[in-house]
Design a protein around this ligand. Structure first.
Ligand code: ZN
Length: 354
């Protein structure tokens, strides 16, 4: 079984040639031999063979040809598999992650290429995950944004994030986060039902937005928090995890994350957080590779459209604070954009602070 290469030299040993990467991909995708995507859709199992000159597989029954990358995150990419594997390795090997600019320097690709790979890969993190159960701490935190206007909770420059951390023994299990425009009862209900198993004990503070969670089928441990000590005794894991996530946002990304893209970065944090224990750390790279191979691919066009839509939605719900004039780049409707559309410009968000 493949383990997380702990450092660059072990990685180079295992995935140094295109042939080794291809062999690994083949074993993961089609462990029992080629499966024709067309025939399997009709529940027919047929054999296939490799056309060496074209580097494609052909189905013996319907003559459909496809590359080994088709249907994976690497679909349609002209870059070698080795570089994709390397990108995933760099993303996972560091505790605090890796930015597209780092990858650009490491692989010698264009920034746009590095950014699009990471954005595609981040789409896989929330897939195939179990719901939290047992005892879960739940709270609302805010990340980023320093500007004039209201400070702290309720600030127009901050992103409201709902956060739930699972208790496992004295430590924490998995974490789930969601960026919400307004942390009201409706958003909280949606988040809890989507992410936490009914019947779980949910620990919260006494904020009135939380209401009575027993109505949703949870057992609710609600306490009034007055001091920092109260917080550390009742919600210690949230306190710790939120500090860590803010640190990743501020150190690795220097706070230069667009608020409407924040959620994808939080998903990456969640993925890594679930595998933070030494025994599971080794499976980080392998789990990511498996997700990218076995789950449906995301196209760049789809990602760009989603990003654009999210930006438009974000600009509608947030209002510029009074007394501060800041030139906003005009948002071009997706239909009019000829690809590639405006790439994220980190300078626009340099005002961020956690
Ligand atoms: Zn076929």
């Amino acid at each position: 079984m493949l383990k997380m290469p702990k450092n660059r030299s072990t990685f180079e040993k295992e995935f140094n040639t295109e042939a080794k990467c291809r062999k690994y991909l083949l074993k993961e995708r089609w462990p029992n031999g080629f499966v024709c995507p067309r025939c399997i859709a009709k529940n027919v199992y047929s054999k296939g063979y490799l056309l060496k000159s074209r580097d494609k597989w052909e189905c013996a029954a319907c003559k459909y040809q496809c590359s080994i990358r088709a249907g994976t995150s690497m679909e349609g990419s002209k870059y070698p598999l080795r570089m994709w594997f390397e990108a995933m390795f760099y993303m996972m090997v560091e505790k605090v992650g890796c930015t597209a600019a780092d990858l650009q320097r490491k692989l010698g690709v264009k920034y746009e290429t590095a950014w699009s790979w990471f954005t595609k890969i981040r789409k896989y993190f929330p897939l195939n995950r179990p719901k939290l159960s047992g005892t879960v701490e739940f709270d609302e935190i805010s990340i980023g944004g320093k500007g004039k206007g209201v400070r702290g909770r309720g600030s127009t420059w901050k992103s409201n994030v709902l956060m739930a951390v699972e208790r496992r023994g004295r430590g924490s299990g998995e974490v789930r986060m969601e960026v919400v425009a307004n942390a009201n009862k409706k958003a909280i209900k949606k988040f809890l039902l989507e992410n936490i198993e009914v019947g779980t004990t949910v620990c919260t503070d006494a904020a009135k937005e939380f209401g009575d969670l027993t109505e949703l089928g949870y057992s609710h441990d609600k306490r009034v928090m007055k001091t920092k000590e109260d917080l550390e005794s009742h919600l210690p894991l949230i306190y710790r995890a939120s500090r860590n996530v803010k640190r990743v946002v501020m150190s690795t990304h220097m706070g230069a994350i667009a608020p409407w893209r924040l959620l994808t970065y939080l998903h990456e944090f969640e993925f890594r957080f679930a595998r933070k224990k030494e025994a599971r750390r080794e499976s980080l790279f392998e789990d990511l590779l498996r997700l990218c191979i076995t789950q449906k691919p995301f196209t760049l066009k789809q990602i760009a459209k989603e990003g654009n839509d999210a930006e438009v939605a974000y600009s509608k719900i947030t209002q510029e604070p009074k007394g501060r004039k800041r030139a906003r780049q005009p948002i071009v409707p997706w239909q009019k954009v000829i690809f590639p559309l405006a790439w994220p410009n980190p300078r626009r968000w340099m005002n961020w602070e956690a």
